[in-house]
Design a protein around this ligand. Structure first.
Ligand code: GCB
Length: 619
């Protein structure tokens, strides 16, 4: 009996072990089919020579994702990424053909390019043919400015990468996949919203899908500069410091940084971690300010690689309740901006879009923009550097994420890393915002504190903020969200006169702020349809919106530690949450300017206050 039991236990163990081995083998094989190296960040990618892949791409709308998954939902080996061309005598049908498929423009969201795609959420395939001549001793990266939300890339049928997050740039190595002559690249982009994504299911903006920003090929030498950080020291006068990281480098190599206009040059040894520490003194530096946005050409070199940067130098810090720019207190006269394209709507991506939007901000009298609610395109940051607009840059930790899910924290961290590592050399950016209007609970607080700590570790030179919700008690508004402890600058959103009470309620509102830190009112505002007129208490009219601003400004001026504001917002933008026919028509109408560029009455109220410096401290 005992022997029998022992035998059956042994045989069961054998069966279990065999099953485990089979599972492991299957996993290994499956991985070898699908695994591709993670994409990398390239700082200053737009400053490198590149082969553009912008323009027309063939497209296949694939709501069931049958180009990637079989009828039993297994990942296909011969999916659409093979770009197979049917041949006479094939023993199977080929049910797709990119050469006959309709085109989509890249960069560009798909929603505004085809009426049937306006509300589409799901996967779409993209394909483009291109010719290329790789050179010896080089590595080639497919640079993607942004793909919303989840994307997969193949070159000549070989998987080169997969990426999550719709608003950050990434680079997939294609060195092994690309060849001399004709090549093709296939991408699948899926903008399906999921609860465990960042952002999550609910947002107040259009879920524009696709290859929304530019795509190119970037060729670098075997040993190349992948990331760098150069900034003006806060501690030592006239010192530029930071680091240059070299990928594939040996520790006996050197990196150098030269600013020819200042006759300044330094050379530094690359350490075992691939980094060369930079620290050098410059004479006669003109500091970057909103009034004098001086940019210098900075040459960064290592081995045979070089990047020609264009950057400004300034310091920023928080002291007590002040924000100091170059050591002097500054008041941030700002406005919030979505990456919505002026005049044509859709996701903004071009220099022209950036110049129009930021040109309006300048016309308003701004020295500051809050680029909500996700990292904006490089073109926007370059324009802000050039035009002298300080920037609040934001991680898409928006509303109620799954804060108790470690996977979600990982996604938020990855997007934060990409945002900072890509954009850290813009003089314009002074604030990294960790989140917007998140629910006040301990799990959320811990999640965002983790992000704040990470951001400080990656970049100790800028200030950390977040847009908090405010609590009401009688006539008072209370700012006591515990997340405030983790911030250098407190951001708050409030909608007195729109989502609550009346515009004039602002006259009697008292503020209790439990933090002795600088405060930015990162949102207030009201909806108005451009051209709709009426009494100042008639909702949706320009007069109502103007009235809200008229009552808000004096109230905000009474907050002693107010150091800036960015009312909601510069221009109307598409949002599926805004269906009111004849007024909203799927647009959030809180813009000071309509999506067609028409300025509303409130624009002029804020402009007067900014130009005459009657809000905030006059600096
Ligand atoms: C908010 C959000 C912003 C919305 C805005 C609104 O508080 O931060 O994303 O679009 O309110 O218009 O309701």
């Amino acid at each position: 009996m005992t022997a029998l039991v022992a035998r059956s236990v042994a045989s069961r163990a054998f069966v279990a072990l065999r099953a485990l081995l089979i599972v492991l083998a299957v996993c290994f094989l499956a991985r070898s089919v699908v695994a591709a190296p993670a994409p990398i960040v390239l700082t200053g990618a737009d400053r490198r020579p590149a082969t553009s892949l912008n323009g027309d791409w063939a497209s296949i709308v694939d709501p069931y994702f049958s180009g990637l998954f079989s009828f039993h939902h297994e990942e296909k080996k011969n999916g659409y990424f093979m770009n197979y061309k049917a041949k006479a005598g094939d023993t199977f049908p080929t049910e797709y053909d990119f050469s006959k498929a309709p085109k989509l423009k890249v960069p560009g969201d798909w929603n505004t390019q085809r009426e049937s795609l306006m509300f589409y959420e799901g996967p779409i395939w993209y394909e483009k043919d291109f010719t290329y001549q790789p050179r010896e001793h080089t590595r080639v990266f497919l640079h993607v400015g942004a793909a919303n939300y989840h994307s997969w890339f193949w070159v000549n049928g070989q998987k080169v990468c997969e990426h999550e997050g719709g608003f950050t740039a990434f680079n997939c190595e294609v060195t092994q996949a690309i060849h001399s002559g004709g090549n093709f690249v296939v991408a699948a982009v899926d903008n399906t919203r999921h609860e465990d994504n960042v952002p999550t299911l609910e947002t107040d903006w259009w879920n524009y899908g696709g290859l929304t920003r530019e795509v190119s090929l970037i060729e670098v030498p075997d040993i190349f500069i992948d990331q760098y950080d150069l900034h003006l020291s806060r501690e030592e006068e006239g010192v530029i410091e930071g680091w240059v990281h070299v990928a594939g480098g040996q520790s006996d190599e050197k990196a150098d940084v030269e600013i020819a206009d200042l006759h300044a040059k330094t050379t530094a040894q690359i350490g075992a971690d691939g980094r060369a520490a930079i620290h050098f003194k410059v004479q006669g530096l003109e500091r970057w300010t909103p009034e004098t946005p001086k940019l210098y050409k900075v040459a960064i070199r290592a081995g045979s690689d070089s990047v020609d940067e264009l950057m400004g130098f300034r310091t920023v810090e928080a002291k007590g309740t002040e924000i100091l720019l170059n050591g002097k207190p500054i008041f941030l006269r700002g406005v919030s901006v979505h990456a919505e394209a002026p005049y044509r709507t859709g996701r903004a991506y071009s220099d022209k879009d950036a110049e129009t939007l930021l040109g309006w901000a300048k016309e308003l009298g701004c020295n500051f923009v809050r680029l909500a609610h996700y990292p904006h395109d490089e073109t926007m940051l370059r324009a802000a550097d050039r035009m002298g607009l300080l920037v609040w840059s934001e991680n898409p930790v928006y509303w109620a994420l799954q804060f108790d899910n470690p996977k979600v924290l990982g996604k938020a961290e990855q997007q934060l890393d990409e945002e900072i590592n890509t954009s850290r050399n813009h003089a314009a950016i002074i604030l990294w915002s960790m989140a917007n209007e998140t629910p006040n609970n301990p799990v959320r607080t811990q999640f965002i504190e983790t992000l704040a700590k990470r951001a400080r570790g990656l970049d100790p030179t800028r200030l950390i903020t977040a847009a908090l919700l405010v609590r009401a008690k009688g006539d008072s508004k209370i700012v006591d969200d515990p997340l405030g402890q983790a911030l250098d600058v407190i951001g708050i959103n409030e909608y007195i006169g729109w989502y609550e009470a009346h515009p004039e309620t602002a006259d009697t509102t008292q503020w209790q702020i439990d933090y002795q830190k600088p405060l930015i009112v990162s949102e207030f505002g009201a909806g108005a349809k451009a051209g709709l007129h009426g009494g100042e208490n008639d909702r949706w009219t320009e007069e109502y919106q103007a009235n809200v601003f008229r009552h808000q400004l004096p109230m905000l001026n009474k907050i002693a530690q107010l150091r800036g504001m960015s009312p909601w917002l510069l221009m109307d933008f598409r949002s599926p949450n805004r269906p009111l026919a004849g007024i909203q028509d799927e647009f959030n109408r809180k813009g000071l300017i309509s999506d067609q560029g028409k300025k509303k009455a409130a624009f002029y109220i804020l402009q007067k206050a900014y130009k005459e410096k009657t809000v905030g401290k006059p600096n």
